[in-house]
Design a protein around this ligand. Structure first.
Ligand code: ADP
Length: 628
């Protein structure tokens, strides 16, 4: 008996203990796997005439033995594949387990544990499979979390047969239902109707018994017989008219096809006609896959040529930043023997890709306008990906994406678009103000935001590392420049006010310079501030590198051979009572002023969420001052 990998075992335990209440979905999972396996062989059959292309999926019931069997004549699995595919659930092994029970359903969804869902209804499963082109068949058997065995078996043709030994009835479910023809028929109709290959089952029917001696007035006699019936309509969902598809059908199709346990937040279904014709059925998922932001995340759309699957994850149809979109594209204009290598050069595919992305952006804008609440939810899951898209490739896609991104607003306390922001700018407002920091809560408390808030200006809060890069890439929106709340000039003062400030600055220059020297090169300048109300000090930066960027680079170890540091400016609020104190110390006790300078600088660092550079020295200074 072989053991499942540890992570697999845990998921299996969850599955067996049936945390997912909708047990019947196991059938669509098995049928979908069978259909995938046939797709793979179908593709081979285009160039290999030895393939028996009488493809089908069979459901068999044995009431006496209480077994249900789903078989296919697809590509099959050899011994290694049986072990590899069915012995491990999540291959990557990087499972970030969530332990809260309410998140368990989500967890299952994240891994696409299709096959294993059969353990919700089966106490034992036998998978007998023979890979296409091989002579030998093998049988994988498991009764759940204890482990599995693999042994040689007999099977006369390629394909896979999955036999479920049903569980005994319990308070949750009467598993005997799964032996009833009508029940299975309904399940297939409900979840797997569009599957492209016939799903067949022997069904019992009754008919009038033939009676050559029948006389006037004789009653008809009936007999039962079995007939193999195809249960599904086989029309791919995307080929049906939009008006004939219910939201449930879209949702079921999505969950089934893309192994998600949650409904998508949005469905886009459209057909484009022109130089190249295609139909696209695209979905925006409700949740970020656990590995979405990892390097090896496989994105891409399923690519069909007139209903024949030619590629499972075609990456060339949409840019990276739309990697979250799931769906299919079907075009009669694509050649069937397209391969990964020839694909990139394919003219038709390029034409599709061009049109598809434009259309997707249009549809997403419509989505944002028509159902903002849901769009916000979607954006919370995948907004980061769109923001990366703005900044990637030197802003190649910034025009396309700028109206799809949202930021947290200081005045609205919710996500707003740049269009909305600019649309309600005050008459005298010159810039789009933004503030970066670790979180919305922390940014809201930044001293730099005080004066803008008092004057009633809206500020965009930017807590994500990528935000500032987005701003730098966009530079402006609707001809309004972005301006950080820490920028030297916020464009708030009149000329007269500017003059006044200037003379005040000159007057206090010796004091500021003294403080700067006391800080021993830590700051580029010490300045009187114009942006604070209640706080005494704050830190800003001159030049291209902001304080946030310094933090980002610091967090990415080895990002740059030389440390990336901002040109820091310590700003002091001239209206704060500490300022009078500093002035008087300048005249009476310069040594003490040095200590005050160091403490105030540390305060500014802390408010900004930055580290105090030499904590031991700082602690010494603080203790000295307190001991006086
Ligand atoms: P998923 O379908 O999400 O990959 P599953 O656990 O359902 O996950 O299946 C694991 C793998 O086992 C599949 O990716 C496929 O390679 C293989 N497999 C499952 N069912 C079949 C089948 N009927 N024929 C051939 N291979 C199969």
């Amino acid at each position: 008996m072989k053991q499942f990998k540890t992570e697999s075992k845990r998921i299996l335990d969850l599955m067996i203990n049936s945390i997912y209440t909708n047990k019947e979905i196991f059938l669509r999972e098995l049928i979908s796997n069978a259909s995938d396996a046939i797709d793979k062989l179908h593709f081979i059959s285009l160039t290999d005439s030895n393939v028996d292309s009488n493809f089908k999926i069979e459901i068999k019931v044995d009431k006496a033995a209480r077994t249900l069997t789903v078989s296919d004549n697809g590509i099959g699995m050899n011994k290694d594949e049986l072990e590899k595919n069915l012995g491990t659930i999540a291959e990557s092994g990087t499972l970030a387990f969530k332990n809260k029970s309410e998140e368990k359903t989500d967890l299952i969804g994240q891994f696409g544990v299709g096959f294993y869902s059969a353990f919700m209804v089966a106490k034992k499963i036998e998978v007998t499979s023979r890979a296409y082109g091989e002579e030998e068949a093998y049988r994988w058997t498991s009764s759940g979390a204890d482990g599995y065995t693999v042994e040689k078996a007999e099977k006369d043709k390629n394909g896979t047969e999955i036999k479920l030994y049903l569980r005994d009835k319990d308070e949750d479910f009467d598993y005997d239902e799964l032996l009833q023809e009508y029940y299975l028929k309904n399940l297939v109709k409900k979840y797997s109707d569009y599957i492209r290959y016939p799903i067949v089952m022997d069904v019992t029917k009754s008919r009038v018994k033939a009676n050559p001696d029948k006389k006037e007035g004789d009653k008809d006699e009936y007999e039962t017989y079995t007939e193999t019936e195809t249960l599904n309509s086989m029309v791919p969902l995307w080929k049906k008219k939009k008006t004939e598809i219910t939201p449930e059908q879209y949702n079921d199709f999505y969950k089934n096809k893309f192994h998600d346990f949650s409904d998508p937040v949005k469905v886009f279904h459209f057909t484009m006609e022109g130089n190249v014709n295609y139909t696209a059925l695209l979905f925006l998922p409700a949740h970020t896959p656990f590995d979405y932001y990892q390097k090896d995340y496989k994105r891409g759309l399923q690519l069909y040529s007139s209903g024949v699957l030619i590629m499972d994850k075609c990456e060339d149809l949409l840019a990276d930043c739309f990697g979250f979109v799931k769906g299919i594209v079907d075009s009669p204009d694509l050649s069937l023997n397209i391969s990964r290598e020839t694909l990139q050069k394919d003219r038709q595919l390029k034409a599709i890709a061009n049109g598809l992305e434009k259309k997707l952006v249009q549809e997403m804008k419509k989505f944002m306008e028509s159902d903002r609440e849901t769009y916000d939810k979607f954006f919370k899951e995948f907004g980061l990906s769109l923001k990366f898209g703005v900044y990637n490739n030197f802003g190649l896609k910034k025009e396309e994406l700028k109206d799809l991104i949202l930021f947290h607003s200081s005045t609205e306390d919710k996500l707003v678009s740049l269009k909305e922001y600019v649309g309600r700018m005050k008459a005298d407002q010159k810039y789009i103000y933004y503030a970066c920091g670790d979180s919305v809560e922390k940014i809201a408390k930044l001293p730099q935001t005080e004066i803008l808030k008092e004057k009633g200006y809206e500020i965009l809060y930017m807590p994500d590392n990528v935000d500032e890069f987005v701003v730098k890439t966009l530079m402006n929106y609707d001809e309004k420049e972005f301006r950080s709340v820490g920028a030297k000039d916020l464009g708030l003062e009149s000329d007269a006010e500017k003059e006044e400030i200037k003379s005040k600055e000159e007057e206090n220059k010796p004091l500021c310079d003294f403080i700067k020297d006391a800080l021993d090169g830590a700051v580029k300048e010490v300045r009187l501030s114009r942006r604070m109300k209640n706080n005494a000090v704050c830190l800003t930066a001159d030049g291209e590198i902001s304080l946030e960027m310094e933090k980002v680079f610091k967090a990415m170890k080895n990002a740059s051979p030389v440390p990336v540091t901002a040109e820091k400016v310590l700003e002091i609020n001239p209206d704060h009572k500490i300022f009078a104190k500093l002035k008087s110390l300048y005249d009476t006790d310069k040594e003490k002023l040095k200590n005050y300078a160091k403490i105030l600088y540390a305060e500014a660092l802390i408010t900004e969420g930055m580290e105090i550079e030499k904590p031991d020295e700082f602690v010494g200074v603080l203790t000295d001052v307190l001991s006086e």
